[in-house]
Design a protein around this ligand. Structure first.
Ligand code: AMP
Length: 426
C-alpha cells in the first residue's frame, strides 16, 4: 500500500517523499489511519519499525486541522531518554516541514532557560523527558491543560527507568478528554496496568511479536576469552571493513576504555553513556552518523532509542544482564527492512546470560568459528598475571592449564594461534 492511500495530507506526503521512503512500514500502515480517526492506540513496536513516523505523521495532521489558541502545547510526546527526545523532535520537524505548526523539545542535562523561552513563544508539539517536564511544571513554564494528544514512546523503557511516578504526576495535569497513544517494545504486566488506566477502547497494533528479535537481523555468537575480545573486535572491524559499528558494553568505564583502545588501534571511536555531558553525547552521535566515528561504544541506557539509519553491525562486547536488553540492542540493526548483523562476544562467565537470552528468543543463536586473528602482545590491564604467562609460554598438552588462545568450551583449534604481536615490525 502506498503512503498516498493512508489519508495523509499533501504537505505530509511531500515531507515523506523528501525522506525517500517508498512505502509505509507495517506499523505505519496500521497506525496512521487509526490515529487520524482519533482513536487511542496500544502499539507493540520496537525501534527500527518506523514507529516514530507512525505516530508523528497523523498527530501533525490532526493538529494542523485547527489552529492553536494561546501558547500551551496541544500534543505531548514523552520519551525515556534525552537522545530519543531529540530524535523524535527532529522527526516532528522533518515531517512537519511544510506545515506551520511549532514544536520544541525539553530534556535534562542542558540549561532550562532556552527551553522556557521556546515554551513561552508557544508550541503545538512538545517532546519531553518526564523529569525535565516536571521541572517546567514546577517552575510554571509549561501549561499542560490543553493537551489533546498524548504519546508515550518506549513506555516499557520509561517504566524500567523508574519514571512511573513522574508519568502519573504528569497524567494528572492533562485534560481528561484526549487521545492517547502508547508505544512499547514489550508487553509486561506493568505496561498492561498503565495501558488499562490510560487508554479508552484502544486499537491494538502489534508488528513485532513480543521479545522477538527483528527477523532481518542475523545473529551470531563468538566464543572468545575475555582477554581476547578486544583483539577479535579490532580484527572483525578491520578485516570486514565495517564502517559503522555500535558496540555495547556493560559499564560506563568499560565503554570509555574500549573506545580508547580501539582509537589506539587506529579505529575512530567514541563512547556514549550516562556520565557524558549532553554536548559530548550529541557530538559522538553526530560523528557516528556522519561517518567520522566508526565505532560507537555504548551502554544500554545511553543507546536506548538512538535513531541510526540502516545500522549494519551491532556487537555485544559483553552480554547484558537482562535478556530483553539483548533484544533492544540488536533492534539497532536491520532497521526498516534493511539487513543487519548482530554479533555477541561471549566468554565463559557469560554463558548463563546467553542461555537466558536464548530462552527469551525461544531459539539458539548459532556459534561461529573464530577467525584467525592476531593477538596483541600487550595485556589489557584487567588480565590476571597467569594469563600473561599462558600467552607467552603456552603449556604443552597434559599441562593443567589450557593455552590462552584456546576456547575453554570447545576443543582447542591450532589455527587460532596468535599470528604475531600487534606492533611487530617486519
Ligand atoms: P523508528 O522505528 O521510528 O526509530 O524508525 C526507524 C528508521 O526507519 C528511521 O531512521 C526512519 O527514518 C526510517 N523509516 C521510517 N519510516 C520509513 C519508511 N516508511 N520507509 C523507510 N524508512 C523508514
Amino acid at each position: 500500500m502506498p503512503f498516498s492511500k493512508l489519508g495523509l495530507q499533501a504537505e505530509l506526503l511531500r515531507a515523506i517523499g523528501a525522506q525517500g521512503y517508498s512505502s509505509p512500514t507495517p506499523i505505519q500502515t496500521q497506525a496512521i489511519p487509526v490515529v487520524l480517526a482519533g482513536r487511542d492506540v496500544l502499539a507493540g513496536a520496537q525501534t527500527g519499525t518506523g514507529k516514530t513516523a507512525a505516530f508523528t505523521l497523523p498527530l501533525l495532521q490532526r493538529l494542523n486541522g485547527k489552529p492553536r489558541t494561546g501558547k500551551a502545547p496541544r500534543a505531548l510526546v514523552l520519551t525515556p531518554t534525552r537522545e530519543l527526545a531529540a530524535q523524535v523532535a527532529e522527526s516532528v520537524q522533518t515531517y512537519g516541514a511544510h506545515l506551520s505548526l511549532r514544536s520544541t523539545v525539553v530534556f535534562g542535562g542542558v540549561s532550562i532557560n532556552p527551553q522556557k523561552d521556546a515554551l513561552n513563544r508557544g508550541v503545538d508539539v512538545l517532546v519531553a523527558t518526564p523529569g525535565r517536564l516536571l521541572d517546567h511544571v514546577g517552575q510554571r513554564s509549561v501549561d499542560l491543560s490543553r493537551i489533546e494528544i498524548l504519546v508515550l514512546d518506549e513506555a516499557d523503557r520509561m517504566l524500567d527507568m523508574g519514571f512511573i511516578n513522574d508519568i502519573r504526576k504528569l497524567l494528572a495535569l492533562l485534560p481528561k478528554q484526549r487521545q492517547n497513544l502508547l508505544f512499547s517494545a514489550t508487553y509486561t504486566d506493568d505496561i498492561k496496568r498503565l495501558a488499562d488506566g490510560l487508554l479508552r477502547n484502544p486499537a491494538l497494533i502489534e508488528v513485532a511479536r513480543r521479545n522477538t528479535a527483528a527477523e532481518t537481523v542475523s545473529q551470531v555468537v563468538y566464543r572468545v576469552q575475555k582477554e581476547h575480545k578486544r583483539d577479535l573486535l579490532i580484527h572483525l572491524v578491520k578485516e570486514g571493513q565495517w564502517q559503522q559499528v555500535l558496540v555495547f558494553t556493560r559499564t560506563k568505564h568499560g565503554a570509555n576504555r574500549l573506545a580508547e583502545q580501539l582509537g589506539r588501534a587506529g579505529i575512530e571511536s567514541a563512547a556514549i553513556h550516562g556520565n557524558k555531558s549532553q554536548g559530548a553525547r550529541t557530538k559522538a552521535l553526530a560523528g557516528f552518523k556522519d561517518g567520522s566515528v566508526r565505532v560507537l561504544v555504548a551502554t544500554d541506557i545511553a543507546a536506548r532509542g538512538l535513531d541510526i539509519d540502516r545500522l549494519p553491525h551491532v556487537v555485544n562486547y559483553e552480554l547484558p544482564n537482562v535478556p530483553e536488553d539483548y533484544v533492544h540492542r540488536i533492534g539497532r540493526t536491520g532497521r526498516a527492512g534493511e539487513e543487519g548483523a548482530a554479533l555477541s562476544l561471549v566468554e565463559g562467565e557469560e554463558f548463563k546470560l546467553l542461555k537466558d537470552i536464548q530462552r527469551v528468543l525461544k531459539r539458539d543463536i548459532p556459534v561461529a568459528e573464530l577467525p584467525d586473528f592476531p593477538v596483541s602482545a600487550k595485556q589489557p590491564e584487567e588480565s590476571r598475571p597467569q594469563q600473561v604467562r599462558h600467552r607467552h609460554a603456552p603449556r604443552r598438552a597434559g599441562g593443567n592449564a589450557a593455552p590462552a588462545h584456546a576456547d575453554p568450551h570447545r576443543k582447542p583449534r591450532p589455527h587460532n594461534r596468535p599470528r604475531r604481536a600487534a606492533g611487530d615490525v617486519r
